[in-house]
Write a protein of this length. Structure first.
Length: 276
């Protein structure tokens, strides 16, 4: 696929629809800089918005990937060529991500080895080093799917986060000989992981076109999370239910939520005005 040719085709179709880069970006829920990069051949539209882009420009995905209007006679042949090109691109991305994942894993492995060697050299036994080693393993299990699969690995990372957090807290509590790490951490982790899943669902349901609204909802949803965690800590370790830092956190979250809603509304109003 020729990115420069595809970019020129996107610019041509956009101008035929009498849309500015900003207007097209607003429809897709992205920045005008991203559209500019497409049109100059510096990047390609993400697969998650490709169908929506084609609908707006009233072209097919096949035409988008070909960078030209396709006649019915050449449609099947061009479709096959584009499929092969996409497959090659995916293979190249997977190879690149695989190399990054290997380097990332090796760096973490070296870090673990350094901790173990230093611990044995200083103490003559494995003691404190098991804490960073277990933490590194936990971080690797959660982050590895995203590193190797990109956006497609987010769901797997969330599953790993949900599956390994409680066992990690148990191991950490045993290594530190602090039972409270597990008892308190488990409850807080459960609430926090539930919130992370809620955030993921909001992002998937709202899509690219309503990013600011989704962000506003996330900030607003974080307010009850603060109260819930505070209530848990107040009951388990006799912490104050609410202090000045909590008030500041809630205030900042409300300001951020309000700002996101207002910016989203302003952009939507501007887009409607441009359409008129």
């Amino acid at each position: 696929m020729d990115q420069t040719k595809i970019g020129s085709f996107i610019a041509q179709c956009r101008k035929e629809k009498k849309l500015t880069q900003m207007q097209l970006a607003e429809k897709l829920g992205i920045t005008d800089r991203a559209v500019s990069k497409w049109e100059t051949g510096k990047s390609m539209p993400d697969s998650s918005i490709m169908l929506e882009l084609c609908e707006i420009l009233e072209i097919t995905v096949n035409e988008l990937l070909s960078g030209k209007v396709i006649t019915m006679e050449n449609y099947e042949k061009t479709a096959d060529e584009n499929l092969i090109a996409l497959k090659r691109k995916d293979e190249n991305n997977l190879t690149r991500n695989g190399i990054i994942a290997i380097l990332y894993s090796m760096a973490l492995l070296i870090g673990m080895m350094v901790c173990l060697v230093c611990n044995i050299a200083i103490s003559g036994a494995l003691t404190w080093s098991l804490i960073p080693v277990s933490s590194i393993l936990y971080a690797w299990a959660v982050s590895f799917p995203v590193i190797i699969f990109g956006k497609r690995g987010i769901l797997t990372s969330l599953v790993s986060l949900s599956a390994f957090t409680i066992p990690y807290l148990f191991v950490l509590s045993r290594l530190t000989k602090a039972p409270a790490v597990f008892s308190i951490g488990t409850v807080v982790a459960f609430v926090s992981i539930l919130f992370v899943w809620i955030v993921a669902v909001i992002c998937m349901r709202m899509g690219n076109s309503r990013k600011l609204t989704a962000l506003g909802i996330i900030f607003l949803s974080a307010v009850p999370l603060v109260f819930i965690i505070n209530a848990i800590l107040a009951k388990m370790i006799s912490e104050p239910l609410f202090d000045v830092w909590d008030m500041l956190a809630v205030f900042v979250l409300l300001i951020l939520a309000f700002s996101c809603f207002m910016c989203g509304y302003a952009k939507k109003k501007e887009l409607l005005h441009c359409r008129k």
